[in-house]
Design a protein around this ligand. Structure first.
Ligand code: SAH
Ligand code: F3S
Length: 431
């Protein structure tokens, strides 16, 4: 039996895609290797959002190619995901690479591997496929939390972003098939689902369609918690804000990628909102669900970003006091409008602003977490933590990681945990 190892880079969509391919390969009779040294086939599921992610995958592949050549082994190597989509056949330049599969063709990987195992030298498939948004539906067993893909692609045109080029136009699955998938997951023990897509708030394209989906998922009995990612701030209309008040399974956490606090930069980014509108959404969410946790994405060093623009971003971070924030240094992406804008900034400036933004974000995160010391929080136990033998890991409804001494059998349980210690990224406590 040939064994496959999939290494995943980038976002939760990629994690989900890798899982679906793993499940399909298992069904086809392939073994799943737990380490790459144990594998006959290694696939890299790549990310293109920033250059660093691409470089990491290319560096990894070069290392694997070198080892393959040296050992004269029959190792099969492949790229899948966003970088495979945007670079296509160019990736076959390395003769050690056998497979390149784009973002709409994942479900054909078992067929392509069968062909490669039978002796074919290489396969490239980066075609579009109508209906492919419904192809990512296979799951691995034994999970407490599951990702469910509800839509693919993005029709926005943020000037820094490569995603519309790698994931294609928006395509949504129907509510009945999504709900059916969630029912099946609940039957296998899943307690929490995260609805996934590149811009989930555009689900179904029509106004309120996403809220209709949330309402339908909320009605699935046996399901405890609902999350979603990634939304767009523009999608937080009054209907979605009300859903945070009305749907008891919808967890009190919203990820609102701000990208910048400067109106001038937001316009150059073509984000479709300004600072005032963004802050208004935050205010409405906090009013609808007091205690809601808020997280964000910020890009520092966008072309033409002045000290004043960055100061406006820093001010936004201080004002909102996010529970967590992800700061990215602007990275030039091929064929995006921002890549050729004037005022590209040196890395030293980006790095300095990155550090400054991180300090604000970390201080706010620590402050939110420290406030929970001495409190008892409800968590859903996900499984074992990587931090030690008896350490188990769960999450609060606000999506904070909680690590505690416990037992494997507690996975899937909702437990009260008394918090004793806090860092910027996790809470520690005991039952
Ligand atoms: N809604 C999308 C967001 C795309 S990528 C999704 O999650 O699929 C996630 C984050 O990466 C963005 O919110 C943005 O902050 C960051 N990002 C995207 N393009 C970038 C670029 N060219 N340089 C730096 N950061 C970028
Ligand atoms: Fe990218 Fe903007 Fe869509 S960040 S994924 S183009 S909403």
């Amino acid at each position: 039996m040939k064994k496959v190892f999939i290494k995943t880079y980038g976002c939760q969509m990629n994690v989900r895609d890798s899982e679906a391919v793993t499940a399909l390969l298992r069904e086809r009779g392939y073994g799943i290797a737990t380490t790459e040294t144990d594998a006959d086939i290694i696939l890299l599921n790549t990310c293109s959002v920033r250059d660093l992610a691409e470089q990491r995958a290319v560096g990894k592949m070069n290392g694997l190619a070198h080892a393959k050549k040296k050992a004269k082994s029959g190792l099969i190597l492949g790229y899948m995901g966003c970088m495979a989509q945007s670079r296509g056949a160019e990736l076959l330049k390395s003769p050690a690479v056998n497979l390149v599969v784009g973002t709409q063709r994942f479900h054909h990987i078992p067929d392509y591997l069968d062909q490669l195992v039978a002796g074919k030298k290489s396969v490239v498939d980066v075609a579009d496929e109508a209906g492919s948004e419904s192809a990512v539906k296979h799951h691995e067993p034994g999970k407490v939390t599951a990702f469910v893909s509800i839509m693919q692609g993005c029709d926005m045109a943020c000037t820094f972003c490569i995603v519309p080029a790698t994931r294609g136009a928006e395509r949504s699955r129907g509510i009945p098939e999504i709900v059916e998938e969630i029912h099946k997951l609940v039957d296998t023990g899943v307690k929490e689902v995260t609805l996934l897509g590149q811009i989930v708030t555009s689900y179904g394209r029509k106004k309120s369609e996403f809220v209709k989906l949330l309402t339908a998922v909320n009605a699935v009995s046996g399901l405890e918690r609902i999350r979603f990612t990634s939304p767009h701030p523009q999608g937080f209309g009054d209907d979605l804000v009300a859903a945070y008040r009305d749907l008891e399974k919808l967890c009190e956490h919203a990820h609102l990628p701000a990208q910048s606090g400067s109106d001038r930069i937001l316009k150059l980014m073509r984000r479709g909102y300004d600072r005032a509108k963004y802050l208004k959404i935050i205010e409405k969410l906090r009013a609808a669900r007091p205690g809601i946790a808020l997280t964000t994405d910020i890009i520092v060093g966008f072309p033409g970003e002045t000290e004043e623009d960055f100061a406006a971003t820093a001010e936004l971070l201080r004002e909102v006091q996010f529970d967590q924030g992800y700061i990215f240094k602007y990275s030039k992406r091929r064929d995006t409008p921002a890549a050729t804008m004037p005022g590209q900034l040196p890395d030293a400036v980006k790095e300095e602003r990155n550090q400054a933004a991180l300090e604000i974000v970390n201080a706010a995160a620590l402050c939110h977490n420290t406030r929970l010391i001495g409190e008892t929080v409800g968590i859903l136990v996900d499984g074992r933590s990587t931090k030690g033998a008896k350490r188990m890991l769960g999450r609060t409804r606000t999506n904070k990681i909680v690590i505690f001494d416990g037992y494997e059998r507690q996975a899937g349980q909702l437990l009260p945990i008394k918090i004793e210690r806090a860092t910027t990224v996790a809470l520690y406590g005991n039952e």
